[in-house]
Design a binder for this molecule. Structure first.
Ligand code: HEM
Length: 502
């Protein structure tokens, strides 16, 4: 006799959902994943085929907005181990004692072009580290170069517009880049870094990292020190010259991502030592420049090693972890505060703001962004919330459910005295460090810099823009400016005249 249930089992079509059963998003088993539901053999596809419709709807919504900058990147998990007790300087948890281990997630990136753009392109490289500390998440969102192009956040959208592809033909254009940069003499040092071979790293493992800005360390006495964070690669620093860039791009423009996956998956885990440079508030006036200016390094301020970071595990899924990761300079923990650096102050707002748009209001609940400590506050609801408190008390203070605060986490008391104003900073010293950087390069590095930079400068059609830029480099170092002027057939007299007026 015909036995229906025996036949179903024999065909592997059990009605219960098993571990490997293909399901729709509501958990119901899928009956057929090869053929749409049709009205007869030659009839139209039916609207009632919810599996087909759900697949097409979900597929059409796979993309979220990419990061407005730093869209192309790759991430890795690891740990930071403190090598020193820094309690003289800060109460920040990752530095509490020697040997203290804090899990981290790091995302490296290029800056200007889109999510799938070649990793060979000249750019600074992002070096963002999320410390999942036992005082909450601390994000140190840095780059592979120690300074920046501008010193005030109000110029960031203009700067990025000039560097991004043209709104007219969607191509990057040195005419637009240098039109902007010729008004920003403070960019001379950063341009020197970017156009050296450091602007095209051989791998993410072989580059250093820098927090760039000064931050404040606060200790348990409420004392403030200004501090810069510098990562040094234990793999050394290796870059590609222009010929190797062309060759690499022809072979594999994903070389940075591929290198990281290959090495970490093979157990060749890269390491970086973290150093801090520390000055007291009294020392802020001791420099020829403003030490809270992001276009400057702190030469001569000694470095103290504070720990080592090892990256040891690649994400299981790129979108879930790397793409949805959200690093924000606003994610600070007790013992670390922003300095008064005007660029940093703008960043404190900007990242959290863009992430509310890019990922949504509850992005900090996603596993990659979630703090490893319990998050307990009265922020609630919003799209995709799965972290609401189950309590009836969603306000504070309350006698029914009192909450504690940690007074050591209060903003450090800072004396302020001044007049509201909009003025450029004093002691800009736009050129000395750029000149010193040029002179620190060996002959080959200088030659490569001149070659890389004159390629783009030579493409600038407007003579006034070109000569203003040449004058910046000449003012930094006469040999540097003269070689560039020769390389782009510039007018030396004009360059010298402009340089005199700077
Ligand atoms: C990414 C803004 C300067 C390093 C971003 C994003 C924004 C932004 C909106 C995208 C964030 C996201 O979608 O998750 C700004 C503003 C700046 C500034 C307004 C100046 C006022 C800097 C500086 C550095 C830096 C000075 C380096 C010290 C990075 C890095 C990322 C990033 C590494 C990528 C983070 C990741 O991997 O997700 N920036 N930025 N930015 N920025 Fe900036």
């Amino acid at each position: 006799m015909f036995n229906k249930s025996a036949l179903v089992l024999a065909l592997g079509l059990s009605l219960t959902v098993q571990a490997n059963t293909l399901t729709r998003d509501n958990g119901a088993p899928v009956g057929d994943n090869q053929n749409s539901t049709t009205a007869g053999a030659n009839g139209s596809v039916l609207l009632q085929d919810v599996h087909l419709i759900q697949k097409l709807q979900r597929f059409a919504r796979e993309r979220i907005p990419e990061r407005v900058v730093h869209a192309r990147g790759t991430g890795a998990h690891g740990e930071f181990v403190a090598s020193d007790d820094l309690s003289d300087l800060t109460i920040a948890a990752p530095f509490a004692n020697q040997g203290k281990t804090t899990p981290v997630f790091v995302r490296f990136s290029t800056v200007i072009h889109g999510n799938h753009s070649p990793e060979t392109l000249r750019d600074p490289r992002g070096f963002a580290v999320k410390f999942y500390s036992d005082q909450g998440n601390w994000d140190l969102v840095g780059n592979n170069l120690p300074v920046f192009f501008i010193r005030d956040a109000i110029k960031f959208p203009d700067m990025v517009h000039s560097l991004k592809p043209s709104p007219v033909d969607n191509m990057q254009d040195p005419n637009r880049v240098f039109d902007f940069m010729s008004h920003e003499p403070g960019s001379t040092q950063m341009l020197t870094f970017v156009y050296s071979d450091l602007g095209t790293p051989a791998s993410y493992r072989e580059m250093d990292g820098f927090g760039v800005h000064a931050y404040k360390f606060i200790n348990n006495q409420g004392q403030v020190h200004y501090v810069k964070f510098n990562w040094k690669s234990q793999q050394g620093v290796k870059s590609l010259d222009a010929d190797k860039v062309t060759k690499t791009q022809g072979m594999d423009f994903n070389h940075l991502t591929r290198d990281l996956y290959q090495n970490i998956n093979a157990g060749n885990n890269p390491k970086w030592d973290l150093f801090v440079q520390v000055i007291t508030p009294d020392q802020l006036d001791d420099f020829d420049f403003n030490p809270l200016d992001a276009t400057k390094t702190w030469p001569g301020v000694k470095e103290r090693k504070v720990g080592t970071m090892t990256l040891n595990r690649m994400p299981d899924n790129f979108f879930e972890e790397t793409e949805q990761s959200a690093f924000a300079p606003a994610n600070l923990i007790p013992g670390i505060e922003p300095s008064e650096d005007r660029l940093l102050q703008g960043r404190i707002f900007s990242y959290a703001d863009t992430q509310l748009y890019r990922l949504g209001v509850n992005h900090s609940q996603l596993p990659i962004n979630k703090a490893k400590v319990m998050v307990d506050n009265h922020n609630q609801d919003g799209a995709m919330n799965f972290g609401n408190s189950k309590s009836n008390v969603n306000y504070e203070p309350s006698r029914v459910e009192p909450k504690a605060v940690v007074t050591a986490a209060r903003a450090v008391e800072t004396r302020l005295d001044g007049t509201v104003m909009q003025k450029a900073i004093s002691k800009q010293d736009n050129f000395s460090q750029a000149g010193a950087l040029y002179r620190s390069f060996d002959k080959q590095q200088q030659a490569n810099l001149i070659r890389n930079l004159s390629g783009d400068l030579g493409a600038v059609k407007d003579s006034a823009i070109k000569h203003k830029m040449l004058a910046h480099f000449y003012k930094a170092d006469t040999d540097y400016g003269s070689r560039l002027t020769k390389a782009v057939n510039g007018d030396m007299k004009q360059v010298q005249q402009i340089a005199k007026s700077l």
